[in-house]
Design a protein around this ligand. Structure first.
Ligand SMILES: [Zn+2]
Length: 287
């Protein structure tokens, strides 16, 4: 069986372009995909063991942020790049698995969520093919979103991933990352039970907290964001990191305006999310 194919192969359409297989990947041992939604396996050279046998209970969604899919697959699978993901979801809905779920893929980098910093050890990483903010940031095709949703649903069931632990890269690394970005339709995934979501509160005029603000209101905002999971100390000063975390929150939960300014809509949406979290999630986040 040629590399890049599997008995689960669903590539019955002649219109589909063949997947590029990086040269170094030909030396890698192939494996049986973890999900029946996978059409192709392209083993990545870049993975390791999960720390202390940590089982994954989080999904981190990314976009590839590269001009073409060939470059993205090469980057994620070739030895020496030091990056990988468990899955890549193409624009046409095909799903490629690159790292077995049992292994630790290298997708999150320096990150944090709910006090945990080795996000690669506790998560499954999914790269969604999209050129990203630096290359025009196209919409995500509905076929691709359907594939991401089906893949996530299966992982959530198999791995007991709670709804509120399906996150974006920008949530766990807000100072460094914007992906999958404000165009990612979190609301439609939530309609299928994937990800925690509340209808964002309407944007209205009123008081805001922003860069340079100081005081108890800022501290309360920082505590609320940290209680949800964001890695943010409660300093009482609206500094650059606070702005980046607020922008990350908006990208995910209030995408109509991403400006890093905590307006009334941002507060209301954050508090609705917190009040609809399961009790055990708050307990973990408050540790
Ligand atoms: Zn990413």
């Amino acid at each position: 069986m040629p590399l890049g194919s599997s008995p689960f192969n669903g590539s019955d359409s002649k219109r589909q372009r063949p997947l590029p297989i990086p040269r170094t990947s030909a030396d890698m041992t192939t494996f049986t995909p973890d999900s029946s939604t996978v059409s192709d396996v392209i083993p990545s050279a870049n993975y390791g063991d999960r720390s202390k046998g940590r089982l994954p209970d989080m999904i981190v969604l990314h976009y590839t942020g590269m001009p073409d899919v060939e470059g993205a697959i090469t980057q994620l699978c070739s030895a020496g790049t030091d990056v990988s993901a468990h899955y890549i979801v193409l624009e046409d809905g095909r799903i490629v698995q690159c790292v077995p779920e049992a292994r630790r893929a290298w997708h999150a980098g320096v990150s944090s969520w709910s006090g945990e910093e080795d996000i690669n050890s506790c998560s499954i990483g999914i790269e969604i093919v999209n050129r990203g903010h630096d290359w025009g940031y196209p919409d995500f095709p509905s076929r691709q979103i359907a594939a991401v949703t089906a893949l996530c649903r299966g992982i959530m069931l198999r791995r007991n991933v709670p709804t509120h632990r399906v996150l974006g890269h920008s949530d766990v690394a807000p100072a460094r990352k914007k992906d999958p970005g404000e165009k990612f339709p979190w609301h439609s995934l939530a309609n299928s039970g994937v990800g925690h979501w509340v209808q964002p509160a309407a944007i209205v005029r009123g008081e805001t907290l922003k860069l340079g603000s100081i005081g108890d209101d800022v501290r309360d905002l920082q505590l609320a964001l940290a209680r949800y999971g964001y890695g943010l100390p409660a300093t009482g000063k609206y500094d650059g990191l606070t702005m980046e975390v607020v922008a990350a929150f908006q990208r995910h939960f209030r995408p109509a305006r991403v400006d890093g300014i905590a307006d009334r809509s941002t507060f209301t949406t954050l508090h609705s999310l917190l009040s609809s979290l399961p009790a055990e999630a708050i307990a973990v986040a408050a540790k």
